[in-house]
Design a protein. Structure first.
Length: 358
C-alpha cells in the first residue's frame, strides 16, 4: 500500500543510516528517493538521485522534478580539522534546503548527528581533565567548542524559520547495521577483524580503554534509528525536538566481546592495561585479507573498503563509560527495542550471506 501523501528524500542513501532508513520507509509504503554522489541500486523500490551537495547548480538540476515532503539528512564528510568539518558539513545542509526552499513542499526535516554533541572531541576533555556527565540527556547544554553538529543544527533551525517546516534531531550512539562500503560501521570492522584472527590463529584483542571495557555502554541498531526517524517525522508531539536513540538495552563490552569472539570461533582477550588500537593491529593485514578473500571467493578484496578501524578505535577508546538516557522519546510513545547482541550477530550473518566475510 503506497503512502501517496508522503514523499521522502533520504540524503546519504548509500550509508548505513540512510540505506536502513530507505528500507524502513519503503516497507511503510512511502515513495522514497535516495540522494547520493554515487547511487547504487541495491535497494528495491528506492528511486536514485545522483547529486553533489557541494554544488548548488548540480543539486538544482538533480532535484528539479522532485518536491519531497520529508527530508532525512543522514550524511557528513570527514575533513582534517573541525573548522573544515563545520564549513563543509553546514554547506551540505544549507545548499540542499536552499534548493528545496522555492518548492514549498517540505513539511519536516530530520537530521542525524551523534553523541559528539555531548562529548565533544576527546582532546577537549583530556585537556580539561573533566569528563562529560553520563548518561547523556537531550537537555545538556552545547559545549563551548567548535562542533559541526551544532553548525548543521543551526542551518536547519534557520531554514525552518524561513520555510515553516518542522524538524527533529537524532543522536545515536555507535551505529550497528549492514551497509556495504560504508566507513562508519563497527559491525563490518569487527567481523573483518575476527575473520583475520580466525585465519591467522590470533586472539581477538580488545582495542579500547579500560573505562569502555568495564563500564556500561549502549549502541544504536540502524533499524531502530530508522524507526525513530520515521516516528518523529510523523508524530505531532515529537516535532521540533532532539532525541537520543539507542537499542534500549545496556551492556558491558567485557561481556559482549567474548560473545562476539565465540560466534566466530576465536579466542578473545580483554583489556590488559594498555589501549591496543585496532587500526594498528590490522594496518598490515591487506595481504592477509586479499588471500582470505581469494580463497573464499569473497566480494571485496580491499580491506580498507570494509574496515573503518579508526572510527571503531574512537568509539572504544573513550576514557569514560558512555550511555544515553532514552526517557524523552519513551515518554512520547517511541518504544522500539533491540538486543545489542542480536544487532551484531544479524550483521555478521548478513555479511556472511552476502559473501563479504568467509
Amino acid at each position: 500500500m503506497e503512502n501517496t501523501e508522503n514523499i521522502a528524500l533520504v540524503v546519504g542513501a548509500t550509508g548505513i543510516t540512510g540505506s536502513n532508513l530507505a528500507e524502513e520507509l519503503l516497507a511503510q509504503g512511502w515513495k522514497t528517493y535516495g540522494l547520493s554522489r554515487n547511487p547504487n541500486n541495491s535497494i528495491e523500490g528506492l528511486l536514485p538521485v545522483k547529486a553533489d551537495l557541494l554544488d548548488e547548480q548540480n543539486l538544482m538540476e538533480a532535484l528539479k522534478d522532485l518536491s519531497p515532503t520529508h527530508v532525512y539528512f543522514t550524511t557528513w564528510m570527514r575533513n582534517d580539522t573541525e573548522e573544515e568539518n563545520i564549513r563543509i558539513n553546514s554547506m551540505l545542509v544549507r545548499n540542499l534546503l536552499n534548493v528545496l526552499s522555492p518548492k514549498k513542499s517540505v513539511q519536516h526535516v530530520a537530521l542525524v548527528t551523534g553523541l559528539k554533541h555531548y562529548l565533544g572531541p576527546f582532546e577537549a576533555y583530556v585537556k580539561e581533565g573533566k569528563l562529560p556527565e553520563t548518561p547523556v540527556r537531550e537537555e545538556h547544554p552545547r559545549l563551548p567548542l567548535p562542533n559541526f553538529y551544532y553548525a548543521q543544527e543551526d542551518e536547519i533551525y534557520k531554514a525552518s524559520e524561513r520555510d515553516g517546516f518542522t524538524w527533529s534531531i537524532h543522536r545515536p550512539h555507535t551505529v550497528v547495521g549492514y551497509a556495504v562500503g560504508n566507513l562508519m560501521n563497527i559491525g563490518a570492522t569487527l567481523a573483518v577483524y575476527a575473520s583475520i584472527c580466525k585465519e591467522t590463529g590470533r586472539k581477538f584483542i580488545w582495542p579500547g580503554s579500560e573505562a569502555q571495557w568495564n563500564g556500561v555502554s549502549d549502541v544504536t541498531d540502524a533499524g531502530i534509528l530508522a524507526k525513530q526517524l520515521v516516528w518523529a517525522s510523523t508524530t505531532e508531539s515529537a516535532k521540533n525536538q532532539a532525541f537520543n536513540i539507542t537499542n534500549g538495552d545496556i551492556f558491558r563490552w567485557k561481556w559482549l566481546w567474548k560473545r562476539l569472539a565465540d560466534w566466530f570461533g576465536v579466542e578473545s582477550e580483554g583489556f590488559n592495561g594498555t589501549i591496543r588500537p585496532l587500526e594498528k593491529e590490522i594496518e598490515n593485514n591487506q595481504k592477509i585479507w586479499k588471500a582470505i578473500a581469494e580463497k573464499n571467493n569473497l566480494k571485496e578484496t580491499n580491506l580498507d573498503r570494509l574496515s573503518s578501524a579508526w572510527h571503531t578505535d574512537l568509539d572504544l577508546g573513550r576514557p569514560l563509560e558512555v550511555m544515553c538516557d532514552l526517557s524523552k522519546s519513551r515518554k512520547l510513545g517511541f518504544t522500539a527495542y533491540k538486543s545489542t547482541e542480536d544487532s551484531f550477530i544479524e550483521v555478521f550473518k548478513r555479511l556472511r550471506a552476502e559473501n563479504i566475510i568467509p
